[in-house]
Design a binder for this molecule. Structure first.
Ligand code: LLP
Length: 438
């Protein structure tokens, strides 16, 4: 997939770089991103919209993997950016990302975060609830400006996905539900507010979705709501943001749908609904994350201890784990792996991959077939580009790994490995404890 191949030495190569070399050069654990594949995925979205529905904007959900280099790449590809916190906003602005292409999301933006966004003049606020309507209107009034907003609504679509990440249901901390009339109340309220400019509506029905019909349902439900707003208020939404969520390949059984098909179906549904109801065509916005970066990233680890419990299980422990990839522990997420230095050696034993954290739940993969594995081997776990680096932690005071972008035989460091100094940078010792300890 992407630029991944096996080279003459029998090593895994990404972006023309030998991953065993990368592990030696940058150390492990190491996130390696296939820059060409990142761009290819961005272009698949952008070009599909150009083909089917030019009045559209693709915005990358930066929660999935936010770094300054990634923000630059997204800007270069002509896309917008979804940020959900002061930190993601800060990262985007520091990278030079055009503020007018930034969408500010989140169900509990603080006054400070909203101030920061108003100061930077971000393009859109996706307002989640009534308190935020009041708060943003007031902050915009103080600055004598008008904030352009979308309202997040909950269309009540079940995206048939893992329940932790089902965010489109009626009983949800996100957005205002259409079904109980609160979404309409939100739109009416926004239209009456002096310092808000109501542009349209937003929904996000879930993540890691394989069933494109969920998107069709969501688009149809949202267009029906556009019509309801028009009927009740006279205002026809100019913008319709249909969220992200397209699924990717992690392990056998995952059946990702092509980006082009999602775009074709979505735009067809919106077009038909607009024609049938005599509505103007809204600008369509999508905010994918996982489907852009997920399969473009791998994590390299060095194998440390190998422990065979006769007749029971063989544990292969690596120098990372739930601190760089919390998804198996959090969501029982499944991954595939190989030995980057033994790609042509056939798998012959079933082992389980353990992390190094002090917690029995810190297992990256259960029961996987690998070639005979010894300390020093380089284990590569695939499809780790999404929600890995961005969800990494310092548990056990492990340092967060480095990230490199590999492309055309060159690997560029885009995030340095944390140092031990970084770990104590914000620690303070109260004066009364600073006496010499005997
Ligand atoms: N837009 C909104 C409003 C979202 O909440 C999300 C993801 C996205 C876009 C991007 O969705 P994507 O295209 O990446 O599926 N940490 C979990 C996933 C949480 C999803 C949060 N929202 C995981 O590791 O599976």
């Amino acid at each position: 997939h992407g630029t991944m191949r096996i080279n003459q030495a029998g090593h895994l190569e990404i972006g023309g770089c030998d991953t065993v070399e990368l592990a030696r050069q940058f150390g492990t654990p190491l996130y390696v991103m296939d820059e060409a594949l990142l761009r290819e995925n961005c272009r698949a979205y952008v070009e599909s919209f150009q083909k089917h529905y030019p009045n559209a904007e693709v915005i990358y959900a930066s929660k999935v993997f936010s770094t300054m280099a990634m923000c630059r790449l997204v800007a270069e590809e002509g896309m917008g950016l979804d940020v959900v916190s002061g930190g993601e906003l800060y990262t985007a602005l520091a990278s030079g990302f055009p503020a007018n292409r930034i969408y500010f999301h989140g169900n509990n933006k603080s006054p400070e975060e909203l101030e920061m966004a108003l100061e930077a003049r971000v393009g859109r606020y996706v307002v989640d609830n009534f308190s935020e309507l009041d708060l943003l209107n007031e902050l915009a009034r103080q600055r004598k400006t008008k904030a352009k907003i979308l309202i997040r609504v909950s269309p009540g679509i079940d995206a048939h996905t893992h329940h932790y990440i089902k965010t489109g249901m009626i009983d949800s901390k996100f957005g205002l539900a259409i079904a109980n009339g609160q979404a309409l109340m939100g739109a009416e309220k926004a239209l009456g507010m002096k310092n808000l400019e109501f542009k349209g509506i937003h929904c996000h029905i879930g993540s890691q979705i394989f069933d494109l019909n969920s998107y069709k349902e969501a688009a149809a439900t949202m267009m029906a709501f556009v019509k309801e707003i028009k009927t009740k208020t006279g205002y026809a939404c100019e913008e319709l943001n249909l969220g992200g969520g397209l699924g990717i390949y992690y392990t056998e059984g995952d059946s990702p749908q092509p980006i082009g098909e999602l775009v074709a179906l979505m735009t067809k549904t919106v077009r038909e609904a607009a024609t049938a109801n005599n509505l103007p065509l809204p600008k369509i916005i999508v905010e994918p994350g996982r489907s852009i970066v997920g399969e473009a990233g791998v994590t390299l680890y060095t194998v440390g201890s190998v422990k065979d419990i006769p007749g029971i299980r063989k544990y292969v422990a690596v120098d990372g784990g739930m601190t760089d990839n919390p998804r198996p522990a959090l969501y029982q997420a499944k991954y595939e792996a190989a030995l980057a230095n033994k790609m042509n050696v056939p798998g012959e034993e079933t082992v389980s991959i353990a992390g190094k954290c002090c917690e029995s739940g810190d297992m990256l993969i259960w029961d996987i077939e690998l070639p005979p594995t010894v300390p020093g081997d380089i284990l590569v776990v695939t499809s780790t580009g999404a929600y890995n680096y961005s969800m990494a932690s310092n548990y056990n005071r492990n340092r967060r790994p480095a990230v490199v972008f590999a492309c055309g035989g060159k690997a560029e460091l885009v995030v340095r490995r944390e140092s031990y100094e970084d770990l104590i940078r914000n620690d303070l010792v109260p004066e009364r404890m600073q006496n010499k300890v005997a």
